[in-house]
Design a protein around this ligand. Structure first.
Ligand code: FMN
Length: 424
């Protein structure tokens, strides 16, 4: 029987307080690493756990930490990415609210592992409350002597700062984030060089997601084998799934990685609202390819979703019932990406604008079948042609909606109106 570990205390009002966290074994993992482990041993343990990044791409965390050069006189930086802006995703916010010391402890262990003496928690502008909670958690950690100079007499120095973004999706992309952290416009950088070699202020930097770093104290306390025993061995661990859309019980569910998508929707989510049938599911936040109902008997992990042509992404599961107009849904998504495109790359800046225009025409019954083909071509011209993957994130939903639900787009064109939202 799986017991939540990341979210088990979040309903308890004192869970934001350091004394409560300490009474539950909090900061034992950090003390263990700074007192009795080398940075390389920490990296080895995280590597052995097979922890993969929860920010979207699923990159192995220990391997990423290992890319940080060992013999440089440049400072190193650890950055906790708390920008959480992907539509359908609201898991990091829960951790920042309900388990801020776990988020902080994970950041501190990560900083130690990559030999950083400064760490940042980059938090999206809209998370004003969460920023205050994290600032309070950091202040409490300084008071207890877990942060600052010569921590607990070990000789290790670490300072942690909260940096509030201004509310831009692009600043969740790690190099856009670093530009923003440097006080510049959040325009993504060309990679390589990757941040592990040249990141913040051109120094070795690791950017990790809130949930990823929150897993680290658990791995140190309970061991890599414990972590690997939860879910698929190649992509294991506890996982937060965000469930939204037309389900009875939307929310965040902590379950083993690899839990079946159908089980999440029908058992944990209580099934669809008003007894309606299922039309489609987006399994990993608005940018990942959509699934048809016959595809949802799938294990929710990085590899299984890739095998069926979609992605786990940020595990933002969006459920759409048979009454949903998918043209309207795609228009909504396209509007978001058009608004959030940073404008640096022409295919993304222009393509997202035109895709939204064409989709609006289709939704309102003012398009021809040629427009559907043009929309598809536009998406192909955005995909893989930009500095950062925001372009791909905008193109993938268009291509997958058209591949799997083309009939609905054709219906709109032929009927000269939206068959479902005809009031528009
Ligand atoms: C447009 C865009 C937005 C992103 N937004 C976020 C975000 O809000 N939070 C996040 O952790 N990662 C986000 N990412 C992924 C980050 O670039 C990066 O891969 C991630 O923070 C690495 O952490 P991880 O290895 O722990 O997954 C975004 C990527 C792109 C392309």
């Amino acid at each position: 029987m799986f017991e939540p570990v990341l979210t088990k205390d979040i309903q308890i009002p004192e869970s934001q307080e350091i004394d409560y966290y300490l009474s539950r074994g909090g900061y034992e993992a950090f003390q263990k690493v700074i007192k009795s482990m080398t940075p390389d041993e920490v990296i080895e343990e995280v590597k052995a756990s097979n922890l993969r990044g929860r920010g979207g791409a699923g990159f192995p965390t220990g391997m990423k930490w290992n890319f940080v050069p060992k013999n440089t006189d440049k400072p190193h930086y650890m950055v906790n990415n708390a920008d959480e802006s992907e539509p359908g995703t609201f898991k990091d916010r829960l951790l920042l609210n309900g388990n801020p010391h776990l988020v902080l402890e994970g950041t501190m262990i990560g900083a130690f592992a990559i030999r950083a003496n400064v760490a940042y928690i980059y938090i999206r502008g809209e998370f004003a409350r969460e920023a205050r909670i994290m600032e309070k958690a950091i202040a409490q950690a300084y008071e207890k002597g877990f942060l600052g100079k010569n921590i607990l007499g070990t000789g290790y120095d670490l300072d942690v700062y909260v940096h509030r973004g201004a509310g831009a999706y692009i600043c969740g992309e790690e190099t856009g984030l670093l530009e923003s952290l440097e006080g510049k416009r959040g325009w993504p950088r060309i990679k390589p060089p990757f941040p592990a070699l040249e990141g913040l202020f051109r120094c070795p930097t690791i950017v990790n997601n809130v949930e990823t770093l929150s897993c680290v104290p658990l791995i140190i306390n309970r061991g890599a084998d414990w972590f690997k025993s939860i879910g698929p061995e190649r992509s294991p661990g506890p996982k937060l799934f965000c469930l939204s859309g037309q389900v009875k019980n939307p929310g965040v569910f902590e379950l083993p990685m690899g839990t079946n998508l159908k089980e999440i929707i029908y058992e944990h989510g209580g099934g669809l609202l008003n007894g309606k049938g299922l039309k489609a599911v987006i399994p990993g936040g608005s940018s990942v390819p959509i699934l048809r109902p016959e595809e949802i008997d799938v294990s929710m992990d990085f590899d299984s979703l890739a095998q069926i042509g979609s992605m786990l992404g940020s595990a933002g599961i969006i459920v759409m019932d048979e009454g949903t107009c998918l043209v309207d849904a795609l228009l909504n998504i396209a509007h978001f990406y058009r608004h959030e495109s940073c404008g640096q790359c022409t295919p993304c800046r222009e393509g997202t604008y035109w895709a939204e225009q064409v989709l609006r025409k289709i939704e309102h019954g003012q398009a021809s079948e040629k427009d559907i083909d043009m929309l598809e071509e536009m998406a192909r011209h955005i995909n893989f042609r930009t500095i950062c993957p925001l372009g791909d994130a905008a193109a993938m939903p268009i291509m997958s909606f058209l591949k799997k639900f083309r009939d609905e787009f054709v219906q709109h064109v032929r009927a000269g109106a939206c068959p479902l939202n005809s009031q528009l």
